[in-house]
Design a binder for this molecule. Structure first.
Ligand code: F6P
Length: 370
């Protein structure tokens, strides 16, 4: 029987449990043994009780659970070859043939590296006497398949990553709450959302809530944002608008590449000097409420479909198959070469089509304020 292990790695995201459930049950359905590696790569390096056989009933009810029930970690040891060597040894000792990893691009890049190093890792384990030729013989090829789990929606080549729509929904809900109090007090709010390198969450939240301004990492403000903001907010307020909502991604940059932090936006909105906006302004950092909580329906479906497909991809892979990840393209689940997507992500800065941005943001009040 083939032994397929599933693991979650990097920052958690809603829907990861759906992935684990789908992988475990599909593996069992396909007459394989299912394993879970607890605590991400950390568990692979530590071995022992971190690698556990899973039964059908072990994942019952997991679709509606937030976070990842098998744990996750950002593991330093796996970045170094000795860590990967121990991980390889633990895989062989547990008889694991294939690994399905749900994580962000960093975790998946690590997986691809592990796979390409695999033959040399086995060789080193044999030469050092840690494992015998016979022990490693059945495991000459390692099959790895990735599923992108991240709230940031930051990988090229897939329409959505597992968790991004849950986080987006949570942000919208929070912005709605904030709007009520902002209106009551006639205040301005600067709301910081997650997204170190990718502005998808901030941008879509801006579109979905009709925010007045959005700051993202990929599309630095072309104009003088201070001038624009003064003009637009002034107009609004003259028309009697009682709230100003600014959404800023944590990695937002201006046109010179300098980080834009919520405090400087607040300073501008609150400026009491002559000609300043003088608004009573608050900053809200949404933080990890965006990442926690249960998955929305879309993420439950996405994680299930991708988990099923990942097991099939593992079973159909040959030693020559490139490491793939499971993507969603135009509502279809497809397999794609992993490293190409990672490369494209670096080159293109995913997700933000400037034209779409312009179009969507032109619906905000500011455009029709006159
Ligand atoms: O990569 C996902 C993410 O949620 C980012 O948006 C955010 O910058 C980061 O993780 C926060 O990581 P941590 O929980 O380790 O502070």
């Amino acid at each position: 029987k083939k032994k397929i292990a599933v693991m979650t790695s990097g920052g958690d995201s809603p829907g990861m449990n759906g992935v684990v459930r789908a992988v475990v049950r599909t593996a069992i359905h396909m007459d394989c043994d299912a394993y879970a590696v607890y605590e991400g790569y950390e568990g692979l390096v530590r071995g022992g009780n971190f690698i556990r056989k899973m039964e059908w009933h072990d994942v019952r009810g997991w679709l509606s659970e937030g976070g990842t029930l098998i744990g996750t970690a950002r593991c330093m040891a796996f970045y170094e070859r000795p860590g990967r060597l121990t991980a390889a040894k633990n895989m062989v000792l547990n008889g694991i043939d294939a690994l399905i990893i749900c994580g962000g691009d960093g975790s998946l890049t690590g997986a691809d590296r592990f796979r390409s190093e695999w033959p040399s890792l086995l060789e080193e384990l044999v030469t050092s006497g840690e494992l015998s030729e016979d022990q490693v013989a059945p495991y000459q090829h390692l099959n790895i398949v990735g599923i992108v789990g991240s709230i940031d929606n930051d990988l090229s080549g897939t329409d959505a990553t597992v968790g991004c729509y849950s986080a987006l929904s949570r942000i919208c809900e929070m912005v709605d709450y904030i709007e009520a109090t902002a209106s009551s007090h006639s205040r301005a709010f600067v709301i910081e959302v997650m997204g170190r390198h990718c502005g998808w969450l901030a941008l879509l939240a801006g579109v979905a809530t009709g925010a007045d301004f959005v700051f993202i990492p990929e599309r630095p403000q072309e104009h003088d944002w201070r001038k624009d903001m003064r003009l637009v907010v002034n107009r609004h307020r003259k028309l009697g608008k009682r709230k100003t909502i600014v959404i800023v991604a944590e990695g937002a940059r201006d046109k010179d590449g300098n980080k834009i932090v919520p405090e400087e936006i607040k300073d501008l909105l609150a400026d009491k000097a002559e000609g300043g906006l003088g608004l009573d302004t608050r900053i809200t950092t949404l933080g990890h409420v965006q990442r926690g909580g249960t998955a929305v329906a879309y993420d439950r479906v996405l994680s299930t479909l991708q988990g099923v497909e990942a097991v099939h991809a593992v079973l159909e892979a040959t030693p020559d198959t490139e490491t793939c990840f499971i993507a969603m393209n135009e509502n279809k689940i497809v397999r794609k070469p992993l490293m190409k997507a990672v490369q494209e992500t670096k080159e293109l800065a995913k997700a933000v089509d400037a034209k779409d941005f312009e179009k969507a943001m032109s619906l905000r009040d500011a455009e029709f304020a006159d």
